[in-house]
Design a protein around this ligand. Structure first.
Ligand SMILES: [Zn+2]
Ligand SMILES: [Zn+2]
Ligand SMILES: [Zn+2]
Length: 383
């Protein structure tokens, strides 16, 4: 098993020496009561235990979640448990350490879903599940931890990410990371960079920048993708490997082992981990994938029936997908856009609709005003 893979499978909250600890801990404001907004707590300072982020640890996913001011109700992600648990034991153990009102359960065909109602409940559940390694589950990145991400076009691919970061920082933004985007297939560096900013009130001001490093540039929001994220560990859709504690399933042969150690010869046919069909689990022709896209299209067109399609989306301060801090490595576009959360598309659609509505209604108001102004002298001149 390759080192990176084995470290990713390390679920213990206490074994964090490799910096690839999947135990996600939120830290309540009590712990950092002295950290005011201007104290500027680093979003990726992990606790407990404190973990140093390795610059190469792409899947590092421990996070300290600084609870927002009380007026903001944080979205606290659920835990989806699939296997390796007895419900009564799990429930009783959690209720022993948690206020019963801070947690509730829900069952679907696939998962036992545990919803924490508070950050401390999230921490306790995360710790319990991570310490019981036989329990298979996944969770999601809390929205307040997702940075504000944009894409910069037209910069030369060889431009140093440090230069880009410095230039953007000079303009009053706090940069988490800059990533050069690679061509999805031939992996050539593209004149396209992703910039993740720390969430701030001035995030959308970044769209005012039209030149950087002596180059005329264009800044764009990430595109909303129809395709959901697919976990590279268990191959399931709608979550990423960063938050996955399920058993690994091979993308090539569908067996319960990490894809990297697959011994299937290229001559033998692939077997899909999702539908058992003769293709890889990442195949876009897989019926499971096609069903997801179909239902997403349906729900999207249902939204579009109510909301006109905008042509000129305006940036808002919505959270975007997050990546580990201080990593300046190259990644493919598909990779970096892969974990767009499904629920974002609704709020983005509404924002787009409002902007579109504004662009339609404003000229109409101007037109009506001018018509009214013209009518005034005409009615007066009639005897
Ligand atoms: Zn997974
Ligand atoms: Zn395999
Ligand atoms: Zn399939």
């Amino acid at each position: 098993m390759p080192a990176s893979k084995s470290s990713k499978r390390n679920l213990s909250s206490s074994s964090s020496n490799d910096g690839v600890n999947k135990n996600k801990i939120f830290v309540s404001p009590n712990r950092f009561a002295s950290l005011s907004e201007d104290a500027d707590p680093h979003p990726e300072v992990f606790s407990p235990p404190p973990v140093t982020v390795s610059p190469q640890a792409e899947d590092t996913s421990s996070h300290t979640y600084m609870e927002p001011p009380p007026t903001t109700k944080p979205h606290i992600p659920p835990f989806c448990v699939s296997d390796g648990y007895d419900f009564s034991t799990l429930k009783n153990s959690l209720l022993k350490v948690l206020d019963p009102s801070s947690i509730y359960f829900k069952n679907t065909l696939k998962y036992l879903i545990i919803h924490p109602r508070s950050i401390s409940a999230y921490n306790a559940i995360s710790e319990y599940l991570s310490n019981n390694k036989q329990i298979k589950f996944h969770s999601y990145l809390p929205k307040p931890l997702r940075p504000y991400s944009v894409f910069i076009r037209h910069l030369h691919p060889s431009t140093s990410v440090e230069d880009i970061e410095a230039n953007i920082t000079d303009k009053g933004h706090e940069v988490i990371q800059v990533t050069n985007i690679l061509h999805r297939i031939n992996k050539r560096a593209l004149p396209l960079f992703r910039v993740d900013l720390k969430l701030a009130d001035n995030n959308s001001d970044i769209f005012d920048i039209d030149s950087l490093c002596h180059t005329k540039i264009k800044i764009e929001r990430p595109k909303i993708k129809l395709s959901p994220p697919q976990c590279k560990d268990c191959q399931a859709y709608f979550h990423t490997s960063n938050y996955c504690h399920h058993s690994p399933r091979c993308v090539k042969c569908g067996d319960n082992h990490p894809s990297a150690i697959c011994t299937k010869p290229p001559s033998s046919p692939a077997k899909c981990a999702l539908c058992a069909g003769p293709h890889t689990a990442s195949y876009k022709g897989c019926p499971v994938y096609k069903n997801i896209i179909q239902s997403r299209k349906k729900s999207k067109s249902a939204i579009n029936r109510k909301l006109p399609t905008p042509t000129n989306p305006t940036p808002s301060s919505k959270n975007r997908p997050v990546f580990p801090n201080s990593i300046h490595n190259n990644r493919s576009y598909a990779n970096v856009t892969a974990n767009t959360p499904p629920e974002d598309s609704y709020s983005i659609s509404i924002n787009k609709f409002i902007e579109e509505f504004k662009t339609i209604i404003n000229p109409l108001i101007i037109l009506l005003t001018s018509v009214l102004n013209r009518l005034q002298p005409v009615t007066v001149s009639v005897p």
